[in-house]
Structures are given as C-alpha cells and as structure tokens.
Design a protein around this ligand. Structure first.
Ligand SMILES: Nc1ncnc2c1ncn2[C@@H]1O[C@H](COP(=O)(O)OP(=O)(O)OP(=O)(O)O)[C@@H](O)[C@H]1O
Ligand SMILES: [Mg+2]
Ligand SMILES: [Zn+2]
Length: 325
C-alpha cells in the first residue's frame, strides 16, 4: 500500500528538520539561561558529570554497584529538584529548557516502535488531499451529503442510484492494492458521477492510499507535455504524467470531452493497459454511451473498458438544474 512517494519523501524530510529545530531551540534557551544564571550552569554541569559517574560506576566492578548507583540516582534527583526550584524562582517553567517536540508521542520522528505515528499519518493524508487534485471539491462533496431524494421522482432511477451509492461506498471501504477493481461511471450531465468520485477518493485517501483525480483533458495534456515539451522521452521515467501510471487509484473524469486524436487514443490505451497489467485500479466517468465509446475509441480500448470495468449507469434528472429551482 502506498502513500504518494513524493509526499512521503517531503514529509519525512520535514520531520527531520522539525526535530532538529526543536533540539536547537532547546539548546538556545539553555545557553541563554546559562549566560544569565551561572549558578544554573553549575547545576547542569554537575548533572552532566553524574551521567559520566554512573557509567564509570558500572565498570568499577559488581561489588556494591547497586548502592553506588542508588546514591548517584539520589544525587541526580536532588540536583534536578534544585534546578526546578531555581527556574521557578526566576519565573521560568520547569520544562523551559526541555526539547519541545510538536508530537510528544514520537518526538517528531514520525515513527513509534509499532510503526508510523498518527501525526505523520495525518500529515500524509492532508498532503494526499492536495496531491489528489480534489482538495476543494472534497470539502463540498461527500457520501454524507449525497442525497438520494434527487432521484426519487422515478422509482427505477431511485433504486438504481441507491444501488450505485451502495456499490461505490463498498468499493471505498474494500479498496486494496492487491487486485485491480475498475469502474466506469456512464450517464448524462449532473447526475453525481463526479460527486461520487470525490466522495470515494476521500475515503480511500483517508485509508492511506495514493489517489489521483484528473479530467481526461488534463491527463492527456500532461502526457503531451512530457512527450513534446520536456526532456522526458518515456512517460514512465518521471515527469508530469508519471503519477497517472503510478498511483494506487486513478480517477479519470469526463472522458470524451478531450479533443480526440491518435496521440490521446494511444495515451488512453497506455494508461488503461498499463494499469490493468499492474493490477492498479482505475475509475472513469463519461457522458458517453457505450456506443459512443465504441465509435470514438479503438476496439482494444473499448473491449478493455467494457470487459474489465464494472459499468454503472447513472440515470435521473440533472441535479444542477434541480438545485437551481
Ligand atoms: N445525490 C446528490 N446529492 C447532492 N448533491 C448532488 C448529488 N449528485 C450531484 N450533486 C451535486 O450536483 C452537482 C453536479 O453533480 P456532478 O458534478 O457529480 O455531476 P456529473 O454527473 O459529474 O456531471 P457531468 O457529467 O456534467 O460532469 C454537483 O455540485 C454535485 O455536488
Ligand atoms: Mg462530472
Ligand atoms: Zn507523532
């Protein structure tokens, strides 16, 4: 399972810097106090010495070791007590020179013994919203505000949409990278194809997967950029379009609105075929009918779209128009 690799690298670096900054800030506070209060420096020096003495005690032999260590421990405690008292008297909190990590659980390492700390998971999820391309849409569109009443004028449409909603929610819940599960959302404008795509994307990003959402048009222009305008000769070697081949779930919206030509068709074939071969999931939305698809794209594309994708037909009355009433 994969958080977006670039996000992961960037956030891991941010954690390293964050932890280093927390340590250097604590060091600064300590130095500043040592300059102001030489008596505090003496206490700190003594504390540092006891650390060394404990290590020495350990190599001096087993006889009476426990007593020697216990005595040193008492000394440390007395020094710490004196230090706390001194700081308090000067009007500083006792932990003034402690390292103030943003996350106390992982000390800004991002990791615990058991695995990734929740703070780093959260940072990766927030970054995932951004890199998915739908952070603003996701704030407005969710399973929670997907209302089936908009389809209730017609029983068949209502039942159909209820089934689609259930299927899509289940898809989001069960999503894994073990096996490709593809869906094709077909239907006229304003029926919730994009709404359900963003809703499921959010759930899947929250579950820690790398999701990319983009319109067909923009996907093709990214491939075009890589091919003709940048130094990348192979679209797999990096560049703008590599994310479409690499992400765990790719959502292609509005297929059919692009200006179709040989290049876009070969791109589409490349995306679909590569992802199917690598068992990576893809969801495609389109206003086109199955016949439109057959006419517009080569057989090798449509046979994959209609054979390897679960087709869901959106039916109803344009919700954009209903909302205007
Ligand atoms: N069931 C629903 N409940 C509430 N709002 C909805 C529902 N379905 C769609 N909407 C809203 O209606 C508008 C149009 O929906 P959406 O963009 O999902 O349609 P679409 O099927 O993707 O249309 P198009 O084919 O034109 O892209 C959006 O603002 C969306 O949030
Ligand atoms: Mg749409
Ligand atoms: Zn943490």
């Amino acid at each position: 399972m994969g958080y977006n690799k670039d996000n992961y690298r960037r956030i891991r670096d941010e954690y390293v810097n964050k932890a280093a900054l927390a340590r250097s800030r604590a060091e600064e506070r300590k130095n500043e106090l040592h300059i102001r209060f030489p008596e505090l420096r003496e206490i700190d020096d003594a504390l540092a010495q006891t650390g060394i003495r404990i290590m020495k005690a350990a190599v001096e032999g087993k006889k009476g070791l426990e007593d020697r260590i216990a005595a040193l421990r008492r000394e440390v405690e007395a020094l710490r007590g004196a230090r706390d008292d001194f700081l308090r008297m000067q009007g500083y909190p006792e932990d003034y020179t402690d390292i103030q990590y943003e996350c106390k659980k992982c000390c800004d390492t991002g990791f615990l013994e058991k695995g990734m700390c929740t703070c780093m998971k959260r940072a990766l999820i927030l970054a995932g919203y951004e890199s998915s391309g739908i952070s603003t849409l996701m704030q407005k569109q969710s399973f929670e505000n997907f209302n089936l009443d908009y389809y209730s004028k017609n029983d068949k449409y209502h039942a159909n949409m209820k089934f689609i909603l259930k299927t899509v929610r289940q898809y989001a819940k069960d999503f894994t990278t073990d096996k490709a599960r593809n869906m094709l959302f077909l239907g006229p404008t304003g029926l919730g194809k994009t709404h359900l795509s963003t809703s499921l994307a959010k759930v899947i990003i929250d579950r820690g997967y790398d999701v990319v959402y983009e319109s067909a048009q923009n996907i093709f222009s990214d491939f075009e950029y890589d091919r003709f305008k940048s130094g990348y000769s192979e679209d797999r070697s990096g560049g703008r379009a590599s994310k479409y081949l690499e992400c765990d779930l790719l959502i292609i919206d509005d297929l059919g609105t692009e200006l179709s030509n040989q290049f876009t068709i070969s791109c589409l074939y490349n995306i679909i075929n590569t992802r199917i071969n690598r068992e990576q999931s893809t969801i495609i939305s389109s206003n086109m009918t199955q016949n439109d698809l057959r006419e517009r794209y080569a057989d090798r594309i449509t046979s994959r779209l209609l054979g390897e994708f679960k087709v869901l037909f959106f039916m109803g009355e344009d919700i954009r128009a209903q909302k205007l009433r």
